[in-house]
Design a protein around this ligand. Structure first.
Ligand SMILES: C[S@@+](CC[C@H](N)C(=O)[O-])C[C@H]1O[C@@H](n2cnc3c(N)ncnc32)[C@H](O)[C@@H]1O
Length: 220
């Protein structure tokens, strides 16, 4: 990345690449404040503010607990910013499995963020809902970060999905769910979900990380 571009990106964002993905529509890689981010048409998809939101959620779990994890599942990988956070900020060496539906996003992740170089990472290009129905692996931490632009699929708020998540968590396993709460409808939807999850898990906490994201943390 040229130094001049890096400096200019502190004044205004520089578009590095735009692609038209069959699944996700327009996706842009942009240099902002010296760092690359991926944006969909109306949302920050990877790195940037999204990475800070997920890092805040992970910090809430705490370094001590994170260090003990052996297996991590990420549903919704995009450019893999949370994977970088786990490896580089929290120094976790745990096996990570990432499931991402859009092969074009994975292409961007590998080309612009060298995700393929991450040690102990398995990337699966598949629908997360299909994966969670069919896998017999279990995990210590599951991170759910599934968006289609600004929309969250309705399956994420249904009991059958959370029963499967609970089944795929090891004892004392944790699930971190990134969701939105910026409208009254989203707020009510999240409250309904939390009521649904309370009897399923031993502990539930909610972290409001900014004006729009609510992280729901549940422990088996
Ligand atoms: C906000 S981005 C994920 C950001 C990522 N967790 C990170 O750390 O950078 C949301 C991702 O969910 C993916 N997605 C949407 N529906 C999906 C599905 N059914 N299965 C798997 N991934 C899906 C999108 O293609 C997109 O890449």
């Amino acid at each position: 990345m040229k130094l001049l571009n890096q400096l200019v990106s502190f004044i205004y964002p520089l578009k590095v690449k735009t692609i038209q993905s069959d699944r996700s529509g327009a996706l842009e890689v942009t240099l902002v404040n010296g760092k690359l981010v991926i944006d969909s048409e109306n949302a920050n998809y990877s790195y940037g503010s999204l990475q800070r939101v997920l890092k805040k959620g992970l910090s809430y779990i705490g370094k001590q607990k994170l260090k003990q994890l052996n297996s991590i599942l990420i549903l919704g990988v995009a450019g893999g910013s949370v994977i970088k956070t786990l490896r580089e900020d929290f120094k976790l060496e745990a096996k990570i499995t990432g499931v991402e539906i859009d092969p074009d996003v994975i292409e961007l992740a590998n080309t612009h963020f060298q995700l393929y170089k991450t040690p102990n990472l398995e990337l699966i290009t598949e629908d997360a809902f299909k994966y969670i129905k069919s896998t017999n692996h279990t995990y210590d931490l599951i991170i759910i970060d599934i968006f289609n632009d600004t929309q969250m699929p309705h399956e994420l708020f249904e009991i059958w999905f959370w029963n499967l998540i609970s089944n795929q968590l090891n004892s004392k396993g944790i699930c971190l769910f990134n969701t939105l709460y910026s409208t009254k409808k989203e707020l009510e939807r999240n409250d309904k979900l939390k009521a649904l999850l309370t009897p399923l898990f031993s502990n539930l906490e909610s972290v409001k990380t900014n004006q729009i994201n609510e992280i729901i943390l549940v422990e088996k």
